[in-house]
Ligand binder design. Structure first.
Ligand SMILES: Cc1cc2nc3c(=O)[nH]c(=O)nc-3n(C[C@H](O)[C@H](O)[C@H](O)COP(=O)(O)OP(=O)(O)OC[C@H]3O[C@@H](n4cnc5c(N)ncnc54)[C@H](O)[C@@H]3O)c2cc1C
Length: 374
């Protein structure tokens, strides 16, 4: 159940069994000079079926889309035991309903996915990574809008980190040094990738020159080791948050243009209502996806933490609602966000969810209790 069944290097597609670890699938594609773009921290352990069932995102969504955009076909065992064979690599197939979409992001509630056909891309022959420092989130978003144009839309990652998150990473990892010469309020970690005869370094340098007035400082990685160090700042920050015990994490999205106001107002509100919690904000900002977390003092009990988590959730989700966002950008609903999801779900949406669930799984045998109750 974990084999790579086939790789089509002309049609840029692969067929993988559900239990294949994402990293294994990526390596198999790379060995054929292709790219499977799903990329994130747990790729060494998560499986293709988990990516499909949660419609996983990650660092490269900006360029290649979510897992949903990369699935060409699925093979699924239905709750009544029949096999639905939708394992095709067709790019165009408009024969009625696109049934595979039902199973993507369904968290296992509608069928057991056994294999997936996925889109591939040419493996980039050039990758350039830069980290820049800016005065504000507003400047970061102005930079984003200009960078997409001036980099020929070759941006493959555009991650934001606010200074408190970087400081957390630096304090947890003494071997890590400040990536830029002087501290900046906001950082962007960006990556460009290309294949073919493009002078990617020149493109990146010209882009940074064009937006010079927005940037306080910046560096372009000149070696693999420096690239890894820049990305390690991002990973170390994620890991550093859990060093002092359980913390409150979100995975929210708002319209991209609303990110500066959303962050400014939510952080100001957290400072007033929960001054003891340490807010840490970062995310896939080119996708409007922010992880706005709150880290409690290390000596707090679990009861104190739970009380803080409840207040933080109320405050942050209310802001997400106000800005027309989503309380789950990438990670799904599962059981932990079910109550918050149901409080906000519109009745027509819920009615359709229930009809689809009972049509496919009338005896409610799959993933009971996830997302919603019938
Ligand atoms: C360090 C770290 C970083 C991460 N970064 C990101 C990120 O940037 N973006 C992002 O989107 N996610 C991220 N994630 C979460 C990520 O989505 C998951 O790790 C991964 O996609 C889920 O795969 P899994 O194999 O772990 O699945 P599981 O967590 O084991 O399962 C996921 C879902 O799949 C369902 N399922 C399991 N088997 C089947 C089956 N056969 N058929 C149908 N449904 C099934 C389960 O019921 C569950 O609902 C991160 C996680 C970690 C730990």
């Amino acid at each position: 159940m974990s084999a790579v069944r086939s790789i089509d290097t002309v049609g840029f597609a692969m067929v993988v069994e559900a239990g294949c670890v994402l990293e294994t699938a990526k390596q198999a594609a790379e060995a054929q000079d292709c790219l499977l773009p799903i990329t994130f921290g747990s790729q060494g352990s998560c499986r293709i079926v988990g990516n499909v069932s949660t419609n996983a995102g990650g660092f490269n969504v900006l360029r290649y889309g979510m897992t949903r955009d990369l699935v060409l076909g699925l093979e699924v065992v239905l709750p009544d035991g029949r096999i639905w064979n939708g394992l095709r690599t067709l790019r165009k197939d408009n024969r009625g309903y696109d049934l595979k979409q039902l199973f993507i992001g369904a968290e296992g509630t509608l069928g057991i996915v056994t294999a997936a056909a996925l889109k591939l891309f040419p493996k980039p022959t050039q990758v350039e990574t830069a980290m820049v420092g800016l005065r504000s989130v507003e400047d970061a978003m102005a930079f984003y809008a200009r960078a997409r144009r001036s980099c020929s839309d070759l941006l493959s990652a555009f991650e934001i980190i606010l200074r408190p998150g970087l400081e957390l990473a630096l304090s947890a990892h003494p071997e890590l040094s400040d990536p830029l010469e002087s501290p900046c309020p906001v950082y962007i970690l960006m990556e460009l990738a290309a294949v073919g005869r493009v002078d990617l370094r020149a493109l990146l340098e010209a882009c940074l020159e064009d937006v010079g007035e927005l940037l306080l400082d910046g560096t372009i990685a000149t070696s693999r080791a420096q690239t890894n160090r820049l990305w390690f700042c991002r990973e170390a920050m994620v890991e550093a948050q859990s060093r002092g015990g359980a913390y409150y994490r979100t995975d929210v999205s708002v319209p991209i243009h609303a990110i500066p106001a959303f962050l400014e107002e939510t952080l100001a509100s957290l400072a007033v209502s929960l001054p003891v919690g340490r807010p840490v904000a970062y995310g896939h900002v080119g996708d409007g996806n922010i992880h706005l977390n709150v880290v409690p003092p290390a000596d707090w009990s679990m009861d104190q933490r739970k009380a803080l988590f409840g207040k933080a959730e109320q405050l942050i989700f209310a802001m997400v609602d106000r800005f027309g966002g989503s309380i789950s950008a990438e990670h799904g609903i599962g059981r932990s966000k079910k109550r918050a999801f149901l409080e906000r779900a519109d009745p027509v949406t819920l009615d359709l969810f229930r009809r689809i669930k009972t049509a496919l799984d009338p005896d409610l045998i799959l993933s009971r209790g996830r997302i919603f109750d019938v």
